[in-house]
Design a binder for this molecule. Structure first.
Ligand code: UDP
Length: 339
């Protein structure tokens, strides 16, 4: 049964949001609060920002089973949304240990403590990186999952764990496979702030703001319309909305949701830079350098599963909207998050 976010069953306890101080987590927390759902954020602040959170915040690690147990038994959340994970492909190649520890074993800790506490619904961040090198385009949920780096491997392990726990212990779960998260809250109160920054849009906007001299385009010899890589950029508020819909759908009785979150439209790096010039009114010098290792030429989501299952339709899919919202956040917080 598909339920809308407005039909979220008022839980007897809060929703615990692990990683709720991070980029997508903080927007989802805000969306829950706007619908009157009580929230408890659990975050070790390793990459998240306390300034992004107005909800009660427990600063703790998912390795801390005592803190996790206390949070679940004292606050009695009815569901968990799990964003807390490492998400850099390059780092996962040089330091896979960190990824297996934090993505796989910490998720195992969380599932174990949820099971013990009788908290049986979980929505979590998966990724299009679980598909690996695409063998067909666009990528639907039935595309083979053959990740090509440790980050993708660990996210696929997380999906497998959820499936096995669901089958054996009756937990229900949603694995949401994001394409490229982008944009910022429309009121500019929340946005993307990583240190160091590696993502295309924030880097392009830093060039527009004069904080960097140029944007490096990683490769112009891909088999795409202009030679640069194509990605499917999805607005962070649309992602947040999908999490609420997934949670409502689990509450409605669905046991297992595995679906892509993308717009179905791809933009090249070059198109992104051109649109950013238009939106910001700045020149944005760009220079082409060699390809970044591990970048497939094109990643675009296909199919209609999220719409059919969750009633989810991206509202801010236009590149212009994504860039406008991100630029407003950057302009109002020139020193980074909440400053
Ligand atoms: N990219 C680029 N220059 C940069 C950062 C990224 O050309 O400084 C390209 C990158 O090769 C990819 C796209 O922009 O094709 C999106 O990269 P990002 O790191 O934002 O997200 P990813 O697709 O790696 O998750």
């Amino acid at each position: 049964m598909t339920l809308s976010p407005d039909e979220l069953i008022a839980p007897e306890g809060p929703v615990l949001v692990a990683g709720g101080a991070g980029y997508i987590g903080s927007h989802t927390v805000r969306a829950l609060e706007e619908r009157g759902v009580p929230v408890l954020v659990y975050d070790n602040l390793s990459t998240g920002h306390a300034e992004a959170v107005r909800a009660p915040l427990i600063v703790a690690d998912l390795s801390d089973r005592d803190a996790l147990r206390a949070s679940l038994t004292e606050h009695k959340p009815k569901a968990v949304i799990h964003f807390a994970a490492k998400c850099y492909v390059g780092e996962s190649v040089t330091d896979p240990s960190k990824y297996y520890r934090e993505n796989v074993t910490y998720t195992w800790n969380l599932l174990e403590e949820m099971r013990a506490a009788g908290c049986m619904h979980i929505v979590f961040s998966s990724t299009c990186a679980t598909y690996g090198d695409p063998v067909e385009m666009p990528i639907t949920e039935s595309h083979p999952q053959n990740p090509i780096n440790p980050y993708g491997h660990t996210k696929l392990h997380m999906e497998h764990m959820m499936k096995d726990y669901s089958r054996a212990y009756g937990m229900s779960f949603a694995a949401l496979r994001y394409f490229n998260a982008a944009g910022a809250a429309q009121d500019a109160s929340l946005g993307e702030h990583h240190e160091p920054e590696t993502h295309l849009i924030p880097l392009v906007l830093q060039v527009a703001a004069g904080k960097r001299e140029e944007i490096l385009v990683f490769g112009d010899d891909y088999p795409t319309r202009d030679g640069s890589c194509i990605r499917d950029y999805i607005h962070v508020e649309d992602l947040a909305d999908a999490h609420l819909r997934a949670l409502a759908t689990l509450q409605g009785g669905e046991r297992q949701i595995l679906c892509n979150l993308g717009t179905g439209t791809g933009y090249s790096v070059q198109e992104m830079i051109d649109k950013a010039r238009e939106v910001t009114g700045h020149a944005i010098p760009a220079r082409t350098v060699k390809r970044r290792e591990g970048d497939p030429p094109e990643l675009v989501s296909g199919g209609t599963l999220a719409r059919d299952l969750l009633g989810w339709i991206p509202r801010r899919a236009a590149l212009e909207d994504i860039l406008r919202d991100a630029w407003r956040f950057h302009s109002e917080h020139p020193g980074g998050f909440a400053r």
